[in-house]
Design a protein around this ligand. Structure first.
Ligand SMILES: [Zn+2]
Length: 111
């Protein structure tokens, strides 16, 4: 999970956090987008008749935004890869073969 978050995503990144935003656009950005770097939630602060939208973690270091939808898709891909790799490592004997439910596996992997 953390590895995926560190991969730069210039093709989907939307810049503009330093610019004063229309308040309605800022509200929508806060709701539908997350930080492009850490996937953290965004928060808007009204200022000079507009608003600034920053990541709750990165604050003034906020670089850009990506849609929540995009990050959910990436997380699902990561989950699938994790299950696939676990099975492969069990098959070749690196990990012990254990009969566990899908739910138990997901919990072990931190999902
Ligand atoms: Zn962030």
């Amino acid at each position: 999970m953390s590895i995926a978050r560190e991969i730069p995503t210039p093709e989907t990144e939307t810049r503009g956090h330093l610019e004063l935003m229309n308040i309605e656009l800022a509200r929508r950005t806060e709701k539908w987008y997350v930080c492009s770097r850490c996937w953290g939630d965004l928060t808007m602060t009204e200022k000079d008749g507009g608003a600034v939208v920053e990541c709750v973690n990165c604050k003034e270091e906020t670089y850009g935004y990506v849609t929540r939808h995009w990050t959910e898709r990436r997380r699902n891909e990561d989950r699938s890869s994790c299950i696939e790799v676990t099975r492969m490592l069990q098959r070749i004997g690196v990990l012990p073969k254990q009969e566990r439910s899908r739910e138990a596996l997901m919990k072990e992997m931190g999902f």
